[in-house]
Design a binder for this molecule. Structure first.
Ligand SMILES: Cc1cc2nc3c(=O)[nH]c(=O)nc-3n(C[C@H](O)[C@H](O)[C@H](O)COP(=O)(O)OP(=O)(O)OC[C@H]3O[C@@H](n4cnc5c(N)ncnc54)[C@H](O)[C@@H]3O)c2cc1C
Length: 343
C-alpha cells in the first residue's frame, strides 16, 4: 500500500490502494474509468496542501501533473493559460520575472494552479478570482470538456461552484488568467501599507517575508495552512461579543477597510482570535499543536495521528461555539477511509 505521507503537507502516516499521476486528460480519463469499472473510489490531488488524510484511503489517488504555461497580450491585458498541475508559487514567481503583475499578494501559497479556483485562494487583501478569466474542466462521468467563465465559477470567500454544484464532478485541467496592464496595487493590508513607494516587486518580497515569519514552513513542520475559515457573522453577534471584550479584531465583509459597521453589514472575525480567546494557542494534543504564533494553523509535531487532528479540531469548534456561539468551519479537506469527511 503506497504511503500518502509525502503527498500531503500535513504529513500524517496514511496509505491508499494506489497513487497514479497523469499529464493529460486522456490518461486521466483512462485511470478514472478503470477505477470506476472496478468500483474504486478516487481522489484528485494537486499539491496536497489543503488535504489531510486522517486514515488509510480505500481507493486511488490521482495526482495532477498537467503542465504548460502560454501567454499573449493585447494593449490592455496579459492573458495566461496555465496547466492545473503547475506549482502555484513557481508560477507567481515566473509572472513577476516577466512583469505580468497582479499575483504578488498571493506569493508563497503552497499547492497547484488547478486548486486555486476551488477555494478561491486569497491573502493580504487579494483573492485569485479577481484575476481568473476562465476555468477549463472535464466532467468525470462523461469526459465532456467545458469552459467556465469567471461568473460560472460563483466565487466567494474561500468558496466557488467547485465546492458545491461541481464538487467531485470535474477535473480542472487549465486555469486562464486575465491581468490588466494598468491596475492598482493592493497594499491595504497592515504591513504592506507601510511600504514606501510600493511596486509589485516590493509587495511580492514583503508578502514572502511576512509569510515566512508568521507561518510554519510545511517542509519543516507539517501543516495545511489555515485549518478553519474566518467566520462571517451578523452585526448583532459581533456587537454582543464586542460588549465583553475591549477590542475585537474584525473586517467589514463588503470592503477592505476596518471601520465601524452599519446595520446590514456582515462582519468577519479572525478565527485565530476566537481560537486564541478559547485558550488553544500553543496547546498540544499528543503530536498535534495549535501553532503558538498563528493559532489558525494546526501542526504535526511528527507522528501525529488522524484521530488526534480530529479530536483537537472538534475541541476547538466546541470551545469557540460554547464561548462565542460561533460555529467554525474547516477550510481544509479532511479525508477518511471512504473519502471526504466532515467534523
Ligand atoms: C503553509 C500554508 C499556507 C497556506 N496559505 C494559504 C493562503 O494564504 N490562502 C489560501 O487561500 N490558502 C492557503 N493555504 C491552503 C492551500 O495552499 C490552498 O488551498 C491551495 O490552493 C491548495 O492547493 P493544492 O494543490 O495543494 O490542493 P490539494 O490539497 O491537492 O487539493 C485541494 C482540493 O482540491 C481538489 N483538487 C485539487 N486539484 C484539482 C483539480 N485539478 N481538479 C479538481 N479538483 C482538484 C482536491 O480533490 C481537494 O479537494 C495554505 C496552505 C499551507 C500549507
Amino acid at each position: 500500500m503506497p504511503s500518502l505521507q509525502p503527498y500531503s503537507t500535513f504529513g500524517l502516516a496514511a496509505s491508499c490502494d494506489s497513487i497514479q499521476s497523469f499529464t493529460d486528460v486522456a490518461s486521466f480519463l483512462s485511470i478514472f474509468n478503470t477505477s470506476k469499472n472496478n468500483n474504486n473510489a478516487i481522489y484528485i490531488l494537486g499539491g496536497g496542501s489543503n488535504s489531510i488524510f486522517t486514515d488509510d484511503f480505500d481507493g486511488t489517488v490521482l495526482v495532477n501533473e498537467i503542465k504548460g504555461i502560454s501567454h499573449f497580450d493585447t494593449e490592455s491585458h496579459h492573458y495566461l493559460r496555465v496547466g492545473a498541475g503547475e506549482n502555484w508559487h513557481e508560477f507567481v514567481t515566473l509572472c513577476m520575472k516577466e512583469k505580468w503583475y497582479g499575483f504578488e499578494n498571493l506569493a508563497l501559497i503552497p499547492g497547484s494552479v488547478g486548486a486555486c479556483p476551488i477555494q478561491n485562494i486569497g491573502a493580504y487583501g487579494r483573492e485569485v478570482n479577481a484575476l481568473i478569466d476562465k476555468v477549463e474542466c472535464v466532467f468525470l462521468e462523461t469526459g465532456e470538456q467545458v469552459l467556465l467563465s469567471n461568473e460560472d465559477c460563483q466565487f466567494g470567500y474561500r468558496d466557488s461552484v467547485f465546492k458545491h454544484a461541481l464538487a467531485n464532478k470535474v477535473l480542472i485541467t487549465h486555469v486562464n488568467f486575465k491581468l490588466p496592464k494598468h491596475y492598482e496595487l493592493e497594499t491595504s493590508y497592515g504591513e504592506l501599507a507601510a511600504l514606501t513607494e510600493p511596486t509589485p516587486e516590493k509587495v511580492y518580497s514583503k508578502v514572502i517575508e511576512i509569510r515566512k515569519s508568521k507561518l510554519p514552513d510545511p517542509s519543516e513542520l507539517g501543516n495545511a495552512g489555515s485549518f478553519f475559515k474566518n467566520p462571517v457573522v451578523s452585526k448583532a453577534v459581533f456587537q454582543a461579543i464586542a460588549q465583553d471584550y475591549d477590542s475585537v479584531p474584525h473586517f467589514v465583509v463588503s470592503g477592505s477597510a476596518d471601520f465601524p459597521a452599519t446595520e446590514n453589514e456582515q462582519i468577519k472575525i479572525p478565527a485565530a482570535w476566537l481560537i486564541d480567546q478559547a485558550g488553544f494557542k500553543g496547546k498540544t494534543l499528543n503530536k498535534v499543536r495549535c501553532h503558538p504564533t498563528q493559532p489558525l494553523v494546526l501542526t504535526n509535531l511528527g507522528g501525529a495521528t488522524g484521530s488526534d487532528v480530529i479530536t483537537m479540531a472538534k475541541d476547538i469548534i466546541a470551545s469557540v461555539q460554547g464561548k462565542f456561539g460561533i460555529q467554525l468551519e474547516p477550510e481544509v479537506r479532511l479525508l477518511g477511509s471512504k473519502g471526504l469527511i466532515s467534523l
